[in-house]
Design a protein around this ligand. Structure first.
Ligand SMILES: [Zn+2]
Length: 100
């Protein structure tokens, strides 16, 4: 249908958000990634809820960017959820999780 949003673009955009979440997991507080994620949540409110990570992600952002260390359990849960999501529906490639 002409004029409708391209569903492929929306899908790509949502995948890009997961890449930003990954970035945030590995950095203390990446303000660019945080801004992109929060902007995406505003425009695509069902997206992260669909992934099942919306609540965890909000907790992660407020902890990290509030100066607290995110609990290891929270980070692990997010990594697992993102990996499952990526494997099941996208071809986004994340950098290897090494160096720690
Ligand atoms: Zn989305």
């Amino acid at each position: 249908m002409p004029g409708d949003a391209d569903p492929e673009f929306v899908t790509l955009d949502c995948s890009a958000v997961l890449a930003d979440v990954w970035l945030l997991l590995d950095n203390e507080c990446d303000s660019d990634a945080r801004t992109r994620i929060q902007g995406h949540i505003d425009n695509c409110p069902s997206c992260l809820a669909h992934y099942g990570i919306e609540r965890d992600l909000k907790a992660l952002i407020s902890r990290k960017c509030g100066g607290d260390e995110a609990p290891q359990g929270l980070r692990d849960r997010l990594r697992i959820e993102i990996r499952k999501t990526v494997i099941s529906q996208t071809t986004v490639v994340f950098p290897d999780d090494n160096g720690r």
